[in-house]
Design a protein around this ligand. Structure first.
Ligand code: RIB
Ligand code: CA
Length: 319
């Protein structure tokens, strides 16, 4: 089993990442930490509480309760940018989730990440699917924890694509300085960017079919994915729900789900025009050492097999 900490800003696709991580037998979900991004810190935290309540609070692979810790409400330097145009005013519009009965740990996300890494007897994979503020703060506060990190598999960035400005992807744009700290950490980083996640679609027919399952999980996930798919169609002309964040978890479960190239990737932090751009040196013209495995191809069928399998597993478990 692979031990992971999922740092997220739920967010419809973050919800799918949590559901996949909590229900797949390959993953030991050591904790969920939240960060401001898709919505304010208060809203992403509340959404995480509701999602963990919906799925029964426990990691299926271990039977253990999944700890939840709340993180940063603002980026390191920039004012917060949220995305109601994609995720709605709650950050998880499209269906009513159960009233939460999951409470946060006493410690915050940064201290939870530091404590969990320090106390672990094996290296842990960090899976950030929101702005990288918590991860960067943990590295700044306790640099030695890097020795306990196996790898960082993050959803963010893009080589050819963008969504928040013509130059940048949302997670990197919101906190570019945090992203630079993570990309320059010297740790193995895999970038699951828009080049592959915008192809990793739950199409409208797949969503309608899932709604028809009418299980305890699928009857809520379906309408949420329908809302998310419509928002992506309205904003980007994408014909379905690009389940960005779940692809990062899928990569941890089955690395063959994406094909990567080892490239130098630097983050634009100086220019306002291209703020947050993940500049990938495809042709090695800079002479800078590669530092990131950049996902450029995706096996969408394998991804959907894992993702839909997770929802079916939760439908069975929650019956
Ligand atoms: O650009 C897509 C990413 O930004 C996803 O992680 C989505 O949840 C938002 O956080
Ligand atoms: Ca996210």
């Amino acid at each position: 089993m692979k031990k992971i900490i999922l740092d997220c800003d739920p967010g419809h696709d973050d919800m799918m990442a949590i559901m996949l991580a909590a229900s797949n037998p390959e993953i030991d979900l050591l904790g969920v930490t939240t960060v401001a991004g898709n919505q304010t810190g208060a809203k992403t935290f509340e959404n995480a509480r509701k999602i963990l309540t919906l799925i029964g609070k426990k990691d299926l692979a271990t039977g253990k309760e999944i700890p939840l810790a709340r993180g940063a409400d603002v980026p390191l330097f920039k004012p917060l940018t949220v995305a109601p145009q994609i995720h709605g005013s709650s950050g998880l519009d499209g269906a009513e989730l159960p009233a939460p009965d999951v409470d946060a740990l006493e410690i915050d996300a940064v201290d939870f990440i530091i404590k969990t890494l320090n106390e672990s007897n094996e290296k842990i994979t960090l899976v950030p699917t929101g702005p990288l503020t918590n991860i960067a703060m943990a590295f700044l506060k306790a640099p030695a924890i890097k020795n306990k990190v196996k790898e960082i598999v993050l959803m963010g960035g893009a080589v050819y694509d963008s969504n928040i400005t013509p130059a940048a992807e949302f997670n990197i744009y919101v906190d570019p300085e945090a992203a630079k700290i993570v990309f320059d950490s010297g740790l193995p980083v895999t970038m699951i960017g828009l080049d592959v996640t915008n192809k990793s679609l739950m199409t409208f027919p797949v969503i309608e079919d899932m709604i028809g399952w009418n299980g305890p999980a699928s009857k809520i996930v379906g309408p949420l994915m329908k809302f998310f798919a419509q928002a992506n169609k309205d904003n980007f002309g994408i014909d379905g729900a690009p389940v960005h964040d779940a692809l990062a978890v899928a990569r941890v479960i089955d690395p063959s789900v994406v094909e990567c190239e080892f490239l130098n990737v630097d983050i634009e932090t100086a220019s306002e025009l291209t703020r947050g751009q993940t500049l990938a040196d495809l042709y090695k013209v800079t002479g800078k050492e590669p530092n990131v495995d950049v996902a450029l191809k995706v096996n969408v069928d394998r991804f959907l097999e894992l993702l839909l399998g997770a929802i079916r597993t939760l439908d069975e478990k929650l019956k």
